[in-house]
Design a protein around this ligand. Sequence first.
Ligand code: WT7
Length: 635
Amino acid sequence: MINKIHTLGGYFHEYQKSYSNPEDFWEQQAECLYWRKRWDKVIDWNFEEPRINWFVGAKLNITESIFEKNLYTHGDNTAIIWEPNDADEQAISLTYRQLYVEVNKFANALKSLGVKKGDRVALYMPMVPELAIALLACARIGAIHSVIFAGFSAQSLADRINDAGAKVVLVSDGGYRGSKITPLKEIADEAIEQCPVVESVVVLKRTKCDIQMVGGRDIWWHDIIDGQDEYCPAEEMDAEDPLFILYTSGSTGKPKGILHTIGGYMVYTAYTFRNVFQYSRGDVYFCTADIGWITGHSYIVYGPLLNGAQTLMFEGIPTWPDAGRFWDIVDKHQVNQFYTAPTAIRSLLSLGNEYLAGKRLDSLKVLGTVGEPINEDAWHWYHDHVGKNRCPIVDTWWQTETGGVLISPLAGITPTKPSFATLPLPGVFPVIVDNEGKELKGNSVEGNLCIKFPWPGMARTIWGDHDRFRDTYFTSFKNYYFTGDGVRRDEDGYYRILGRVDDVINVSGHRLGTAEIENAINEHPLVNESAVVGYPHAIKGQGIYAFVVCPILSTGGEEGIRKSIKEGVSKIIGPIARPDLVQLVPGLPKTRSGKIMRRILRKIAEGDATNLGDISTLLDEDIVGKIIDSALVDV
Ligand code: WT7
């Protein structure tokens, strides 16, 4: 059983213990899980290379800590509750023992396709139990899974499959999203045309939509598991062998494959899940994220299952058939812990309180948020109307790269403040530095958020590009991991995350690089160049504002061109990257050396032209006025 903190005093005690001796602290947490061979050393690290090794020399298989360790004690407890897109379809629940059998069978199926330890398997699937089963099956045989969110385009999917070198792709015919069906297999077919490494495609039947099966490459899921043995021996893995690759956007270049390894990730997700949510045996826990993102990996699949928890997977969307769907699910399955994103809260809030009418919501004990800063209005609505003033809110700050939550209240233990992620978890040592890298000590300071000591769940590298890993996270501030976020530590020592300080924007909790969107816009035949910035958006948190230089207007005029630019981005990256606003401009504000001054564009997009700072270094100062005059927001 994972150690659990029960009181605020207990938290401070554990924090102090972890600070004075992190090795002993993490060793104690690791001992709660199952290892085939114990570690020789808890940690071996250096942030300069960087080299990050946890539980050195230890051997394990993460699925043995989920299953073998616990089957005798809670094999008949529910592991996964699955709520389908359409509430009229039967929900499914799988016990640990049933899940174990499914995982073993699918592991054997993967083996039959020649998948071995270290091979990469790409998944492009809706939120169905088979997705979780497939992740665990990969882990069982030591294959590295790479889930690609099922909202990405064929091009994005192809780029990721190729970068990872995945030889097997798992997909479904289609995916339900409210009243719509996304043709996942069709998109995957288009992608795989560009992926010579792919040998096999396993296709789950879900929506029964029409698809083409490619001979010699495609095989049905139900056929491949048919007759497979119900036991598959777990592959013995090193603590530092890879568990998965997950792509995320950076401020420059193409998305990066963040690599997490087995031992540390296991310990970290297990520990943080139990403590942040204060999970107790028998509770029903519901995280609304998609498994295509890190939140789903760590807090739908691994963290909960390592704790023997009941984790609810939801296939649909919050607003279909109406904006009361989450609350119906909470009542139907008697959910105790509910974890969602601020963007979902803002969107439900904006649709009105009538969707809460008649919902009991009395099973709820803990509410959580993740993905972006939560504004006070949304926090209060969540607290008062969903939690009925009874449920603590855990505002959990973390990142794809951190593997698990780093700064967050412990539910019901840490006193909360709206919009504050509050305090670091034990074993997490944040520092705030100014732009010169000087540490800002004490309280009431604001600057760049860094972490000065490794934690077990942190990423180990970027797949295939360790130099980029070092350059992105470890060179801005010497000997620190740099998060890319700005932060304030208030007079009580509480942390408030202020948002990204780099060229990454956060749209509805989805992370996008402005450069990535610009590249997609620039592929438009009539576009010369573009600059993308985020701007405040009432529901999405940030919206996408594109300034585009496009000297020749085609037929269809300005309106037509804006539309085709938006559609182009949607096609190239995926609908989540579709710009909200496209302003056609005669030029971009550039310095004499040709660098775009995004600071100015950000200000304009925020609707504030009062304080543009020094613009005397601009090549053409007049351009700023012209952009302001035709801005798409009130400036
Ligand atoms: C970025 C990471 C962690 C899973 C989902 C997002 C922002 C995340 C919070 C929060 C304020 C937050 C940060 C971070 N972020 N959680 N509680 N308060 N901002 O993972 O896609 O890797 O994005 O999301 O800016 O750097 P991600």
